[in-house]
Design a protein around this ligand. Structure first.
Ligand code: NCD
Ligand code: ZN
Length: 346
């Protein structure tokens, strides 16, 4: 197969950032995706519907002429989010979900939830109003090994939460382990998961290939090969509750190549192409449309996109660095070539 035409996909987990970064992040994302769930962990977190509305307008200002891309906004859950904000969200028409970061688990999560009990009232409202809760599923307990934090989160937080609120629509974001795959697969129709391109393509060896590789550092951290294999099976398999979410998350080169580098991998420049590569390696390229263009829309209750896009073999060379205003970002697979290329959007 040298060409693949699929229904235009959506990205159900992306960090577009703000200000000058929007110039590049928005263009890269809208080239490939018709809609995207936009993460709210800005330096000033997007905690209210009003802030989400203003952020949405800033994003839309960067859309090319005539582009129909739809940013699906999210709210950042804090210990103090009022239940009324969830009711406002429901009426807004443009906020589609609430993001739960355990405090301290990842980039800009300090304002996140310090203990799940503190947000039970909000979660109850989400459950009643059928608003999805998007979960960064890692405990932030220093005593738990970094590579075990997702599996421990399932037992300590997620399972008790879903026992308490079985009607809650939940997306377990950027899953990275066999345990998470099995938990979601065996879960109810209210539980889904996103999977990133980097967790499909790389195992944790990529962090230490001939030396330490800060541009492969993200949260949740890359895992061992058997976990990667479980993710590939899930993404390319028949369960419709696994879908595309890139977790594309740019950080300035100077903040990654340093003694204490930031977590996050920028993949938006070739995201769909990377997924195609992972699916092809698994011998499952025909399944890409299901994962990228149907499953997520189905879970979120959105219509499937109207247009199609075509990928062709013979990808492009990926630049060694990208300009982000005054910063430089090192993209995934910098300085290498990509097997697939986006040919057209019809
Ligand atoms: C994300 C970021 O940089 O905002 N980083 C990451 O490693 N994935 C935050 C997140 O999604 O955890
Ligand atoms: Zn993320």
């Amino acid at each position: 197969m040298d060409q693949l035409t699929i229904i235009q996909p959506d990205d159900f987990h992306v960090h577009l950032r703000d200000g000058a970064y929007l110039t590049r992040t928005v263009i890269d994302t809208v080239k490939r995706f018709a809609r995207a769930i936009v993460m709210p962990n800005l330096n000033l977190p997007v905690t209210t519907v009003a802030l989400a509305g203003a952020y949405r307008q800033r994003i839309q200002a960067y859309l090319p002429e005539g582009c129909a891309f739809e940013p699906l906004m999210t709210l950042y859950l804090t210990d103090n989010t009022p239940v009324d904000e969830i009711r406002r969200l429901k009426g807004s028409g443009y906020v589609h979900a609430v993001k739960y970061y355990p405090a301290g688990a990842t980039t800009n999560s300090d304002a996140g939830v310090s203990a799940i009990e503190k947000v039970y009232d909000v979660i109850e409202a989400l459950s009643e109003l059928h608003v999805p809760l998007l979960i960064h599923g890692e405990v932030s307990d220093e005593k738990v090994d970094l590579f075990d934090r997702e599996a421990v989160f399932i037992d300590q937080i997620l399972e008790p939460l879903l026992q308490r609120y079985p009607g809650l629509k939940t997306v377990f974001e950027h899953i990275t382990t066999r345990e998470a795959v099995e938990y979601v697969r065996e879960g109810s129709h209210n539980l889904a998961a996103t999977i990133t391109p980097h967790h499909l393509l790389f195992n944790r060896n990529a962090l230490f290939e001939n030396g330490i590789r800060p541009h492969h550092y993200c949260r949740p951290i890359l895992k061992a090969e058997h976990h990667r294999e479980a993710l590939v099976e899930a993404a390319t398999g028949d369960c419709p509750r696994f879908f595309l979410g890139t977790d594309s998350a740019p950080h300035a080169r100077r903040l990654k190549e340093t003694a204490c580098g930031c977590a996050g991998i920028y993949s938006a420049h070739n995201a769909l192409e990377f997924y195609a590569e992972a699916f092809e390696d698994a011998g499952k390229l025909p399944q890409l449309e299901q994962f990228a263009s149907r499953n997520g829309a189905g879970f979120y209750g959105l219509p499937v996109n109207q247009f199609r896009c075509t990928l062709v073999r013979n990808g492009e060379f990926i630049p060694a660095a990208l300009d982000f205003g005054e910063d430089t970002v090192i993209p995934l697979r910098a300085g290498e070539s990509c097997r697939w290329r986006l040919a057209t959007n019809e």
